[in-house]
Design a protein around this ligand. Structure first.
Ligand SMILES: *Cc1c(COP(=O)(O)O)cnc(C)c1O
Length: 396
């Protein structure tokens, strides 16, 4: 166990004034949430926006709404390497997970395999995902899906504030979702956003929202307490402490379809006050850190252009499993905040019982084995970047 300055892998630091705004928001009640949704609608130029309790809750509502529109279709196609919350949400929505492999050394779909998978007549929707904030090619997925009547749900959980070719991430599919969880681009402790321009999808989601609960007074109190704890514990001088407490299970990802689906609370909506400016600020800081890392010769896997997109963590493919293990071990010892990706490819989740098609998902497996991510959040100093880059070079 390390005692002393330790970087968290990701952070969108909270300030006391955000918690105060949250409490002010509580007094505004439902109006605070409505105002937040209206601001989002305006900024993203979409006709419908819904704020809920998490990114996975947003996915559940979207998937159920789509399934209501096309009840004969019940399968959802996702990248074979993604956040475990995604298959959890699909199962919670009562639908089946289908996987598509990725291009080796990219974090997007293998488009050859995608075209084959899209021939599946039971496919309700496909979920292109901007992992770590690296923009996926949603347009291309859309062109392949449109004439087949397959919805495109853009998983921009990690990409609020990002863009691709001048278009805002989250607005390129039929529906888009963001996460406001801790460790995402922008956080209200927990939360999720749904955006859509499609009236029938918007109406189906609105109908569902009418049937789900909000946060009760005790839930709000818990959120306030959690926000205060987060404000203090995420600081690098203190982070070693919560990190060393095994029952907090920090940074672990699980497959777990049992989670609440609620409307966002007015406390969270209040905490989001000034979100537009705050996201810009965070983006600027992260992007400067990412540029600094890149200037030291560390490159993320495939980039569509010479510029580095708005990343929430800087993904790097190590040479092999052993190199990854050594780098992570060293980072633990030195508190560098370098983190492992997801525990493995999605077909490794036993509960899903993904049938083996003879080919498996070799690229996703390779990514899972070799991927690490470097911190770029506001607590990362120039000195940290030097140590992080140095630790990668020594190890390889
Ligand atoms: C975090 C995340 C989600 C789920 O968001 P939560 O708010 O944590 O439920 C979904 N997809 C991706 C890619 C994510 O990173």
């Amino acid at each position: 166990m390390r005692i002393g300055r330790t970087l968290p892998p990701a952070a969108a630091p909270l300030h006391l004034k955000n918690i105060v705004s949250g409490v002010v928001g509580l007094f505004g009640g439902g109006e605070s949430v409505k105002r937040f949704e209206e601001e989002l609608k305006g900024f993203y130029g979409v006709r419908h926006c819904f704020a809920v309790s998490s990114g996975k809750a947003a996915l559940v509502l979207v998937l159920q709404a789509l399934n209501e529109l096309l009840p004969e279709k019940d399968e959802v196609l996702i990248p074979a390497y993604t956040c475990y919350s995604v298959p959890s949400a699909i199962v919670k929505a009562g639908l089946k997970v289908r996987l598509c492999d990725m291009a080796s050394d990219s974090l997007d779909f293998d488009f050859g395999r995608l075209e084959e998978q899209l021939k599946n007549p039971r496919l309700l929707c496909v979920i292109p995902t901007h992992l770590f904030g690296v923009p996926a090619d949603v347009e291309r997925v859309r062109k392949l899906s449109e004439h087949r009547g397959i919805f495109v749900v853009e998983d921009a959980a990690q990409a609020m504030g990002g863009e691709r070719d001048g278009k805002k991430l989250g607005t390129m599919g039929d529906v888009g979702i963001f996460s406001l969880g801790r460790g995402k681009a922008f956080s209200t402790v927990e939360g999720g956003i749904i955006l859509t321009d499609d009236d029938s999808v918007g109406q189906a989601i609105r109908n569902r929202l009418g049937t789900i609960p909000g946060y009760g007074p005790l839930d709000c109190l818990k959120l306030i307490f959690y926000a205060i704890a987060l404000l203090i514990l995420i600081h690098p001088l203190i982070y070693w402490l919560p990190k060393s407490l095994p029952f907090l299970k920090l940074g672990e990802t699980h497959f777990d379809p049992l989670f609440p689906v609620r409307r966002l609370s007015s406390f969270q909506a209040g905490m989001a006050k000034g979100w537009e400016g705050r996201i810009e600020e965070l983006k600027e800081i992260r992007s400067n850190n990412a540029k600094e890392i890149a200037a030291c010769g560390v490159v993320p896997p495939v980039l569509t252009s010479a510029s580095i997109p708005a990343l929430i963590r800087f993904p790097v493919l190590t040479e092999n499993v052993d190199a990854k293990a050594r780098i992570l071990h060293n980072s633990e010892k030195m508190g560098l905040g370098i983190s492992d990706g997801y525990p493995g490819p999605i077909d490794g989740i036993e509960e899903l019982a993904i049938p083996f098609d003879g080919r498996g998902f070799p690229a996703a497996k390779d990514i899972a084995e070799r991927l690490i991510s470097l911190p770029v959040h506001p607590f990362v100093s120039k000195g940290d970047i030097r140590s992080i880059v140095q630790s990668l070079k020594v190890q390889s």
